[in-house]
Design a protein around this ligand. Structure first.
Ligand code: C5P
Length: 402
């Protein structure tokens, strides 16, 4: 959600300003660019040097600095962002914003901006409860200013109550929600599985299957881009974590099953992992020794839980839409149609993975979408485009079955 977003962070003079370098790092980790404006009060708690280092940008402080105005006027500064975040927002800056006072760079930028403004207040509990502050919050809320927090807890001044600035992680989550607004999957939750599973034979060896995780990861990324709060449960892969997705890493099918159950309830589950059908019944604590001349050891296998069938079973936590994958090497449509009925899922995305297609580890995929209404043959597409098209279909389906 935050990838490529430009955030103007205005830091006013509260002790919570010490959290701002962490906040900047957390925002940048999610792909946002952050430009900081520091008030005179803010610079008592955090230095421009620290903020400049973590934002890798110039930190703006002075309204009448000739260099700043030549490089970047305060009007441009206030408009070249997707959102203006005031954190910490002191009682003083909130009062100035409510009254339209513009007596430094921060308040001038706030008055001049045409972008959404979100404040994370931080102040002593009495200051927060003071009718003057309450009135200013109401004025600003009525004007469309957004608020994150404050939280209840211990204050730097030794008192306890409402007034702590929200933690950086909460502010990041609130900004992600803000950018989700209006997207087709806003308000939904998604679960995606991806990659292979590894089934231990002993502490060193394992059984696995061919799956790069490219398709599953691309689907998680596409659902998140369309606004769904997405959890990706992934077996071992070399794929980078998709932006804006919560990634839970697992190894075995049993761990994947547990992580999926934990992620419920969701609106849609897309199970694209190539889950091992079986696992060794016994896993010795020590490596099995190769004894020269002796018979190779036998492997006794037991069946793994079927995550797709289990999530598709009727019940309170059944997602509104369950999508399975069918990797087939022959009779693709018949096998996949039978699989849809057997597993009880809503849709099956069937793909031909016979070795000559190069689907495994490749970038392209030719799939057929099997629903209760029949079969749709999709043209050959990149795995990213299959993901985008599937996410659009999912958004349509969820919109008609609220
Ligand atoms: O039975 P098969 O492995 O061919 O079914 C493929 C579909 O079932 C995929 O969506 C896969 O993620 C899912 N599956 C599962 N749990 C298993 C086996 C397969 O979720 N144990």
């Amino acid at each position: 959600m935050l990838k490529g977003k430009q955030i103007l962070l205005i830091i006013s003079g509260g002790i919570a300003a010490y959290k701002c370098p962490d906040l900047v790092r957390a925002l940048r980790k999610r792909g946002a660019a952050v430009r900081c404006v520091l008030t005179a009060g803010g610079s008592q708690f955090v230095t421009p040097l620290a903020l400049g280092a973590v934002s890798e940008d110039k930190v703006y402080e002075a309204l009448f600095s000739l260099t700043d105005e030549a490089e970047m006027g305060h009007i441009r500064l206030s408009r070249e962002s997707d959102v203006v975040l005031v954190a910490p927002a002191t009682a003083n800056i909130l009062a100035k914003m409510a009254s339209g006072i513009a007596d430094d760079l921060a308040t001038t930028a706030l008055l001049a901006t045409d972008k959404p403004v979100i404040c994370a207040p931080a102040m002593n509990v009495r200051m927060w409860e003071n009718p003057a502050t309450a009135n200013n919050i109401k004025i600003l809320s009525d004007r469309g200013v957004g608020f994150i927090g404050p939280e209840e807890g211990d204050m730097a001044c030794g008192e306890w109550g409402l007034g702590r600035m929200s933690e950086p992680a909460q502010i990041v989550a609130a900004l992600e929600n803000f950018f989700r607004q209006g997207l087709p999957l806003d308000g939904t939750r998604a679960l995606v599985t991806s990659g292979p599973t590894f089934e231990a034979i002993d502490p060193v060896r394992y059984l696995a299957n061919r799956s790069s995780g490219k398709q599953g990861h691309a689907i998680a990324a596409a659902l998140a881009r369309m606004g769904s709060v997405t959890t990706l449960v992934s077996g071992p892969t070399h794929q980078p974590d998709p932006a804006g997705v919560e990634v839970v890493r697992v190894e075995s099918a049993v761990q994947m099953f547990d992580a999926c159950t934990h992620a419920l309830p969701v609106d849609v589950a897309v199970l694209a992992a190539a889950v091992s059908d079986w696992r060794p019944e016994q896993v010795p604590e020590d490596k099995i020794k190769k004894i020269p001349g002796a018979q190779p050891p036998g492997l006794s296998l037991v069946e793994n839980p079927d995550i797709l069938a289990s999530l598709s079973a009727p019940g309170n936590t059944r997602p509104r839409l369950v999508v399975g994958f069918a990797a087939e090497t022959d009779n693709i449509i018949e096998n996949a149609t039978a699989k849809r009925a057997r597993k009880g899922c809503d849709w099956i995305v069937a793909n031909d993975v016979s070795p000559e297609t190069g689907t495994f580890d490749g970038d392209a995929n030719t799939v057929h979408l099997i629903t209760k209404d029949g079969v749709e043959d999709w043209p050959e597409l990149s795995k990213n485009d299959v993901a985008g098209r599937l996410a659009e279909r999912i958004a349509d389906a969820l919109a008609v079955t609220p």
